[in-house]
Design a protein around this ligand. Structure first.
Ligand code: SF4
Ligand code: SF4
Length: 184
C-alpha cells in the first residue's frame, strides 16, 4: 500500500531536489491520487507502482527508489504523465531516476536492461538511426545470451534491415554523444 500521503509533501529532500534540478519536475506536487498507477501498462510487473515511486521520492527514500525494478520496467509510454491532475511529468521522472541510478552504478540487478539501452544508443551513435541487426548483435555480445531465442532466428533474421546507408550529420550526432558522456 502507498505510504501516508499529503497534498504537497513540503519536504525538500535531496532526491526531490536532484530530480527538480535535472528535469525541472517537482515530485512534491504529487498528492497520491493513484491515477498514474491506474493507467500504467507496466504497473503489474513493477515492485513499486508509479505513485509509490513518487511518494518514496518525496520521503527521500533514495535506496528504495533507485534500486527498484520499476524505473527500468517503465516503457516511457507517457500514459501516467497525460493522466496526472497535478501535471507531474512522471515519465520524465522515471527517465531521470534511470539516469541517476546509472551514474551511481546501481544497475547490477538490471544488467540486461542496461545492456539493451547501451546497445540501442551505440547503434544510433554509429549509424545515426536505429539499426536492428546491430542492436541485436551488440546486445547478444554484451549479455552473453548468444543462444537465447535461437528458435526465432529463421523467422526474425529475414526481417532485419541491412546496414543502413551513411546519413548526413553523423559527425554532429557523434559530437552530441560525446557531450552527453561528458555530462555523466
Ligand atoms: S497521477 Fe500525479 S498526483 Fe496522482 S499519484 Fe500520480 S503523480 Fe501523484
Ligand atoms: S511512462 Fe512508465 S510509469 Fe508512466 S505509464 Fe508508461 S510505463 Fe508506466
Amino acid at each position: 500500500m502507498a505510504e501516508h500521503c499529503t497534498r504537497d509533501s513540503g519536504e525538500s529532500g535531496a532526491l526531490r531536489d536532484a530530480i527538480l534540478s535535472l528535469c525541472a519536475v517537482d515530485i512534491g506536487k504529487c498528492y497520491q491520487c493513484g491515477k498514474c498507477t491506474a493507467g500504467c501498462p507496466a504497473a503489474f510487473a513493477m515492485d513499486l507502482p508509479p505513485h509509490q515511486v513518487m511518494r518514496l521520492g518525496q520521503l527521500d527514500r533514495r535506496d528504495r527508489v533507485m534500486d527498484s525494478r520499476s524505473i527500468w520496467l517503465c516503457a516511457s509510454c507517457q500514459t501516467c504523465t497525460s493522466r496526472c491532475p497535478q501535471q507531474v511529468d512522471i515519465c520524465r521522472v522515471m527517465d531521470t531516476l534511470r539516469q541517476l541510478a546509472y551514474r551511481e552504478g546501481r544497475t547490477k540487478q538490471q544488467k540486461d536492461v542496461v545492456a539493451f539501452h547501451e546497445s540501442f544508443l551505440k547503434t544510433v551513435e554509429l549509424t545515426g538511426r536505429l539499426f536492428e541487426g546491430g542492436l541485436l548483435a551488440l546486445y547478444k555480445l554484451r549479455t552473453g545470451h548468444l543462444l537465447q531465442d535461437i528458435a526465432l532466428a529463421p523467422k526474425m533474421l529475414p526481417k532485419l534491415k541491412k546496414m543502413p546507408s551513411r546519413i548526413r550529420g553523423l559527425k554532429q550526432i557523434g559530437r552530441a554523444f560525446e557531450r552527453s558522456r561528458g555530462d555523466l
